[in-house]
Design a protein around this ligand. Structure first.
Ligand SMILES: [Zn+2]
Length: 332
């Protein structure tokens, strides 16, 4: 056990703010952290609870399980994974342990990606995080002032906690996988699990509550600059156009605060504009470095501010260069 008494329930360091989004629907919005945690959506049905996504490590999911007990006595029956990234499914094991009847649900593409890539990346993290920790320790030793030192100490603690958990991980793969669409008809609500095309990954699952007009997007939409490393920039805007055809007012995203439709418009146009600008530059025979420089300069006036709502956390300048690189690789 750790010494310091600042952990949340269950020893977890993950912090969440719970926001009610509709009757029986909550967003647990994760505080930005060095080892990022995703948001969780909580949907209370007549016969049990559905949660969407399980964070980067079991202790973070345990924080949600503790918070759930304040919300309802009902058991979790369904855990949905929106995609195969580590920070959305590493906490899966917590739910079947806490609720023996819980089923973990995703689509076939995402389950396959967990098997083919997700499991391997767990081993990659076990190998790579020690180097990350060594670098944080070196940076800490060289830190220029107390502010820097405090931040590095926090990051170091989170990295060490993550390493301990990822080493001990018992990856819980989905127990139900669907093709295309899956619909749950509960007494008090309908829940649609949808695949609208490729975007952040090949298999992004959207969770849609038509009556409550809420949609849960995973990382196909987030509050800061998207990660495109496993994404399909050329398909992304089209997928979001299909999303836009649904009737909803509230968007629970993979990261960041609950948003409205105006953020969908901004986010979609950013993804679209990156692709168009990179295509244009690539067609002139520009090098990757030239494309990065020109496209980021072109997009900055319109997008730097809206994509900087979380300050220095995941800065737009870094994000857009990675987005351009991925897009360039895909269009070339
Ligand atoms: Zn992701």
């Amino acid at each position: 056990m750790d010494c310091c008494g600042h952990e949340g329930p269950g020893g977890g360091d993950a912090k969440f703010e719970i926001h009610k989004v509709a009757d029986g629907v909550w967003a647990a919005v994760a505080a930005p952290a060095f080892k990022v945690n995703c948001n969780t959506a909580i949907i209370e049905n007549s016969d049990g609870v559905m949660v969407v996504d399980t964070h980067s490590k079991p202790s973070a999911a345990r924080v949600i399980v503790d918070k759930l007990r304040d919300i309802t006595k009902k058991p979790v029956r369904y855990v949905v994974n929106t995609h195969f990234h580590w920070d959305h499914w590493h906490g899966n094991e917590v739910y079947p342990a806490a609720y023996p009847d819980a089923e973990i649900v995703t689509n076939q593409i995402t389950r396959e990606a967990m098997l083919m890539k997700g499991l391997k990346r767990i081993q990659d993290h076990v190998r790579q995080v020690p180097a990350e920790i060594a670098k944080l320790k070196a940076d800490l030793a060289a830190a220029a002032n107390a502010t820097q030192r405090a931040k590095l100490e926090t990051d170091l603690r989170l990295a060490e906690a993550y390493l301990a958990e990822v080493r001990a991980l018992k990856p819980a793969l989905p127990t139900i996988a669907f093709e295309g669409t899956m619909k749950l008809y509960r007494r008090d609500r309908e829940i649609h699990l949808l695949h609208l095309g490729r975007a952040h990954t090949a298999g992004d699952v959207f969770v849609y509550l038509p009556k409550e007009k809420v949609v849960i997007t995973g990382d196909a939409m987030i509050g800061w600059t998207p990660f495109m490393g496993d994404g399909y920039p050329e398909d992304w805007a089209g997928t979001l156009d299909r999303l836009a055809q649904l009737d909803f007012t509230h968007i629970i995203m993979g990261h960041g605060n609950v948003a409205g439709r105006e953020w969908l418009v901004t986010f979609r146009s950013y993804v679209h504009d990156v692709v168009e600008a990179v295509r244009q530059e690539a067609a002139t025979g520009a090098t990757l470095d030239e494309v990065k420089q020109r496209v980021s300069a072109k997009l900055a006036p319109r997008y730097e501010k809206p994509f900087s709502a979380y300050g220095d956390y995941r800065p737009w300048r870094t994000g857009v260069l990675a987005n351009i690189e991925r897009t360039f690789a895909m269009v070339s």
